[in-house]
Design a protein around this ligand. Structure first.
Ligand code: FE
Length: 390
């Protein structure tokens, strides 16, 4: 038996935040990150709308990027004291991810992270509160997904949480919030969304329910991302919806090794962080070449959906060229060398990284199997920009 789960309600379009005036409840806690939502006035709007709905509102501010276990526990404690019946998370992926985990510990204070990391093993949520997610970036789609990532800095571990219990009840996809993104963030989050849609479409768990969402997302990214990057706010609005569609697809079909590789290279090199979406954008064409040995027809479907024609093989090549071209237009490097990773350090660390990437939770649904040795060859192609012919 398979399952397909999405939020109960999705409000979208300009002024979608207005719906908060009609939510029924007594108390809402609003979970937010750094300060941009406050600076741009969106936090005030959220709070005022909830008050207009007759709710008592409390803020939990300052969720950091890559939220920590400590932040989650602090938030859960605040919730236990305030006893909200709505949790409202607003911002980039981080405050929403953090709030999802806070929700679990609010309702089940005796739970541990170790219990939660087994996929799809959460206790039954919604005993105390329901959840509203309001994204300000157009990439992670955490407003519609069953996922959250929390970091234990003391152990140096990322806990990927996965359970349909943490799929929000209501997603509010208001394009005004995405207008605040700087171009670099538009590029990275946009390519992250494209990767979500492509990986979901070729995933071993793809289905008739996820395919149309993935294909529509790919078509919209193809049509709008570059213009959004160049400051066209109508395109920005469409990208905000496209990433949300991609999220609906991958929340149910899962991902593949582009994500495995991005997860395990994000924070390992001394030259600095490789942003998630940037890593995905770089790795995607190489992984398509590798996976095409097993999923050529599926990639050809994707290519044809954006107007490319030819044989399956020609379509796959043209799809990779298309991604290369998009990356180039948004100043995303083509190789890890070009990105600035030091050759010696790459060689030193690549065996360990490859082993970790194969062990990542996203590897299981990749259309082609991979060993640590082959992963190392794939990474080597990405480092030097050489052809993937194995
Ligand atoms: Fe991603």
């Amino acid at each position: 038996m398979m399952r397909f789960t999405l939020p109960r309600d999705l409000y979208y379009g300009k002024d979608a935040l207005e719906v908060l005036k009609t939510v029924k409840g007594k108390k809402a806690i609003v979970v937010v990150g750094g300060g941009s939502m406050k600076r741009f006035g969106f936090l005030d709007k959220v709070v005022n709308n909830l008050k207009e709905a007759g709710m008592e509102v409390q803020l939990f501010e300052g969720v950091e990027p890559d939220p920590s276990v400590e932040t989650v526990m602090k938030g859960a404690a605040a919730m236990r004291e305030f006893e909200p019946d709505w949790i409202v998370a607003i911002g980039g992926g981080s405050p929403i991810d953090a709030a999802k985990a806070m929700w679990a510990f609010y309702e089940y204070p005796d739970c541990t992270f170790e219990q939660l990391i087994t996929p799809f093993s959460f206790p039954e949520l919604r005993q105390k509160a329901k959840f509203i997610a309001i994204p300000s970036t157009s990439g992670t789609a955490t407003e519609v997904t069953a996922f959250s990532v929390i970091t234990d800095y003391s152990k140096g571990i990322k806990y990927p949480l996965a359970d349909f219990n943490i799929t929000p009840d209501i997603a509010i996809v208001d394009p005004a919030l995405a207008e605040t993104m700087p171009p670099k963030l538009v590029a990275y989050t946009g390519m992250d969304a494209l990767t979500h849609a492509i990986e979901a479409y070729v995933s071993t768990l793809n289905s008739p329910f996820t395919d149309p969402l993935a294909i529509k997302a790919i078509q919209m990214v193809n049509m709008y991302l570059i213009n959004s990057f160049n400051g066209d706010m109508e395109a920005r609005e469409q990208m905000h919806y496209a990433q949300c569609l991609a999220g609906q697809a991958f929340s149910n079909a899962l991902l593949g090794i582009v994500h495995s590789m991005a997860h395990k290279t994000g924070a390992v090199f001394s030259t600095g962080h490789i942003t998630h979406g940037c890593a995905n954008a770089m790795y995607l064409p190489y992984v398509i070449k590798y996976n095409a040995k097993c999923a050529e027809a599926r990639y050809a479907d994707i290519a044809r959906s954006i107007g490319i024609d030819g044989t399956d093989a020609e379509c796959v090549q043209a799809l990779c060229d298309k991604i290369d071209d998009m990356n180039k237009q948004m100043n995303i490097p083509k190789t890890l060398k070009e990105f600035g990773i030091i050759e010696e350090e790459f060689k030193e660390k690549i065996a360990e990284i490859s082993k970790n990437a194969v062990g990542d939770a996203c590897t299981g649904s990749n259309p082609r199997e991979i060993t640590p040795e082959v992963m190392e060859r794939l990474f080597t192609c990405i480092y030097y920009g050489t052809e993937v012919d194995f």
